[in-house]
Write a protein that binds this ligand. Structure first.
Ligand code: HEM
Length: 519
């Protein structure tokens, strides 16, 4: 090779022309030595790449396959149907195995103990890694910052049963208002449930001060646009879903800015201190350095709350309606419980927390929906260092994926897992086996709220209304987002809803154990 060859100068010349696809001129013609040099460098690069990519051979990681195609690995097979994928791998390798998805190497587990140990004992060795496009949308205040634990306490405080006690009346009113829109009409289940869930999320996050109604209405319109963008390809070009979502986030920030200013200027200290909504709680929050949160940080947390609560709760309600539509026996048991509670309440005032505590069968129904449909099918964490979980090594940088959907359908843990049977929850479940809201540091802060929404919704739907399914009861597909995939019906399930003809009220208690037969 010519020792005086100016390699940098050559690059400066050829790179811009390469980008313009201009391959004319003698500089593109490589000498024999140069061709050999490029081939040798390419060979060493490939050896290094495969060595790095398949470096698990150097460690004692669980058995499995990273796929033959570097980067893609087993992505297609996993994305097509995560449950089938894990079932096949389970047969071959057991409950813990390795895989590779879009270049991310992971240890996948269907063992309930694994996810418990990962999130409880090893929590500080793992982090939640969000893709860059998602971080641009929801920011990194919640998941990335040192404030995560403090902010999670704020969310927990807003959504804990004690706080919800004083909000149950409004939550019930919002559900009743939503359901009254269904009366005498054919409705699309997903869309109609989503409206109800959105109204409750807006109330829980932003409160119900009448003077802020206009701003809240504007934010309500932006939330669905923002949420859709989170599952869209990250193309920041005018007209794309991602672009519209990002613009919605910016508008939301400016509207929240108006609310923050109003509250700080015109709300008395007492109102700000006693308000139960998330925005007020964030305004009261002091960071570890004793500072107030900035508007961007407040928007980040409100956005993550909207994101966490929308599709999850909608999917739970939609799957509940589907299961109730399938089984007359389960419907009858729920109606019996509603009628019995209603009789005791004399249908006078709003529901109380004590009333919801008596909704024992409805609670089991909710749990069974969360088991059979696993609203959040899997959760991921990235190892900050080499971590050993029960003898399975997760090397630094690898992901640990807990397949909640496979745990929930494991015949060794559940009798007849394919059968929808709320009475299986007559016996208390071990938290280790059944954890639909996760465990440990990143457990869902809205468990109590999600349960409350479901209980009140099912109670009023079955006590006041009857319905007929128009068309088919379609199955769900996973709406894969950048964060959590959610089961969404393949097409809208349509219901014709009418007021229930009040039959003579009978004191009936639901049967304690039965295996329903589907109609
Ligand atoms: C049926 C309804 C719901 C289910 C099944 C559910 C499930 C979950 C699960 C499994 C996680 C943990 C994810 C992980 O470990 O990576 C989670 C996290 C979260 N959920 Fe929920 N959720 C529901 C409703 C809600 C609602 C209504 C809200 C808010 C209003 C909410 C807000 C959040 C937030 C903010 C997180 C992140 C917690 C953290 O990373 O510290 N969820 N949820």
């Amino acid at each position: 090779m010519n020792p005086t060859f100016d390699f940098r100068g050559h690059l400066r010349n050829v790179v811009p022309r390469f980008l313009l696809m201009d391959f004319r001129g003698p500089e593109w013609q490589l000498s024999h030595d140069q061709v050999v040099g490029v081939c040798v460098a390419g060979f060493f690069f490939l050896v290094w790449f495969f060595w790095e990519f398949y470096d698990d051979r150097r460690y004692n990681v669980p058995k499995g396959s990273l796929g033959w195609i570097p980067f893609f690995g087993e992505t297609l097979e996993f994305a097509r149907n995560p449950r089938d994928y894990t079932a096949r791998r389970f047969k071959k390798y057991g409950p813990v195995f390795k895989g590779c998805f879009l270049g991310l190497r992971a240890v996948v587990s269907m063992d309930p103990e694994f996810s418990q140990l990962r999130d409880v004992n090893g929590a500080e060795c793992f982090k939640i890694t969000l893709p860059r496009n998602l971080r641009a949308m929801i920011g990194d205040t919640y998941n990335m910052s040192a404030e995560q634990a403090g902010l999670q306490k704020v969310l927990l405080g807003v959504m804990q049963p004690e706080t919800l006690k004083s909000q149950i009346k409004e939550i019930e009113a919002l559900i009743l208002a939503g359901l009254s829109q269904w009366e005498g009409k054919t409705i699309g289940v997903w869309r109609s449930c989503k409206k109800i869930v959105l109204s409750i999320s807006v109330y829980v996050n932003l409160g119900h001060d009448p003077s802020e109604k206009k701003i809240r209405d504007q934010i309500s319109k932006l939330v669905p646009i923002f949420n859709e963008a989170l599952v869209a390809p990250p193309l920041y070009l005018p007209g794309t879903l991602y672009y519209r979502g990002y613009q919605a986030r910016l508008k939301m920030e400016s509207l929240l800015g108006q609310m923050v200013k109003r509250r700080r200027q015109s709300w008395s200290e007492n109102i700000l201190l006693t308000s139960k909504d998330l925005l007020s709680a964030l305004l009261r929050y002091k960071t570890t350095e004793g500072k107030e949160l900035s508007l961007k940080q407040i928007t980040d947390v409100i956005c993550i709350s909207f994101l966490g609560g929308q599709d999850t709760s909608t999917a739970a309600l939609s799957c509940t309606i589907k299961e109730l539509s399938k089984s007359a026996l389960i419907r009858k048991a729920v109606v019996a419980e509603c009628d019995a509670i209603e009789e005791r309440r004399f249908a006078s005032t709003s529901l109380t927390m004590a009333d919801t505590r008596n909704m024992l069968y409805i609670k089991k129904l909710f749990k069974e929906v969360l088991r059979k449909h696993t609203i959040v099918p899997f959760t991921q964490r990235q190892a900050k260092e080499d971590v050993d979980i029960n003898g399975s090594l997760i090397p630094r940088g690898w992901y640990a994926i807990a397949m909640l959907s496979s745990i929930n359908m494991n015949p060794k843990l559940w009798t007849n897992p394919e059968v929808f049977n709320p009475s299986r929850f007559d016996e208390p479940q071990q938290a280790k086996v059944f954890a639909p809201f996760g465990v440990g540091a990143h457990m869902c802060p809205a468990k109590a709220l999600a349960e409350l929404i479901s209980s009140i919704f099912v109670y009023h739907l079955l006590h006041k209304y009857e319905w007929k399914v128009e068309g088919k009861l379609v199955d769900e597909k996973l709406k894969t987002g950048a964060l959590l995939p959610i089961p969404v019906p393949k097409e809208e399930i349509r219901l014709l809803v009418r007021r229930r003809k009040m039959i003579a009220k009978k004191q009936m208690t639901p049967p304690s154990t039965f295996v329903p037969t589907h109609r």
